[in-house]
Write a protein that binds this ligand. Sequence first.
Ligand code: SAM
Length: 279
Amino acid sequence: MRLDVITIFPEYLDPLRHALLGRAIERGILDVAVHDLRSWTHDVHKAVDDTPYGGGPGMVMKPTVWGPALDDVAALTGPAADGLRLDSAHPHVAADDVPEPDAPGGRDDRPVLVVPTPAGRPFTQATAERWATEERLVFACGRYEGIDQRVFEDAGERYRVEEVSLGDYVLIGGEVAVLVMAEAVVRLIPGVLGNRRSHEEDSFQDGLLEGPSYTKPRVWRDREVPAVLLSGDHAKVDRWRRDQALLRTAAVRPELVEALEHDGRLDGHDRSVLEGTAE
Ligand code: SAM
C-alpha cells in the first residue's frame, strides 16, 4: 500500500516511521510519501489560505493551491514526484524477513482521497477494513476553517473522495486524524501484525468491545486473575471472553448491543448474560 499525505506541517507525520508502521515500510509492505502543500504556492509568502466568502471568522484553504497539489499527487508529477519518502525510524526487521510483492490486480486504480473533517461520515473499524485492501490512499490535511469545498468536487474526477470524521469534536488540523486513520488501516494489512488473531479478536471485529485482558503474575496486589483463564479449557475461556465483552459493551456502548440484537447476532446465552440470568 502507498500512503500520500498533503500537509503544511510535513514533520507532523514523522510518527508514521516508527514501530509497526516503520517495520511495514522496511518490509516493503508500506510506502509513505509526505508532500508540503506550500510547494504548490506561487507567491512570495507561500500563502495557502484566504478570507471566507460570505464573511465570518478564520481563513479557508485556497483551491488554487490544493487543486494543482491533488492533480500532481494523483499522477505523481511536479513537486509530488519527489515528495518526502519516509523511511523507517530505525531497523525493525531482519533483512531476510522481507515479503515478495503481490502481483498487480485489475481493480479501480483511482486512489481514495481521504478528507478528514468533523463534517464527514464517522471513521470506523469498517472503514479501516475497507481501506486496508486499497493500493493507494491520499490524505488531504486541512487547517484553519478547512478547504474550499470545490476542491473535492473537482478531485472526484481523479479520486474516489471520502470525507470522514474521527468523532464529534474539533481538532486544530487534519494531521493527527491522519495518524489515527493510518494506524488503524495499516495494522489490518496482512503481514503487518505478527499474529493475525491479534486484530481478529479486537474490539469492533464482532460488533462488541473487547473484554478485560490479564498477564502474569497470577496475583498482583492481592488481586487475582479470573480463575477461568487458568483452566486450560478453551471453550470456557472463549465463552467467558464473550460474556465479558457483552457486559462491557452493554455498560459503555449500549447502542452496539442493540445493533447486534437488531441484526440477529445475539443468541439465547448472550441474552441471559445481558439479563443477568446466565448460570
Ligand atoms: N470549520 C471546520 C468545521 O467546523 O467543520 C473545522 C475546521 S478544523 C479547525 C481544521 C481541520 O482539522 C479540518 O479541516 C480537518 O482536517 C481537521 N479536523 C478537525 N476536527 C476533525 C475531526 N473530528 N475529524 C477529522 N478531522 C478533523
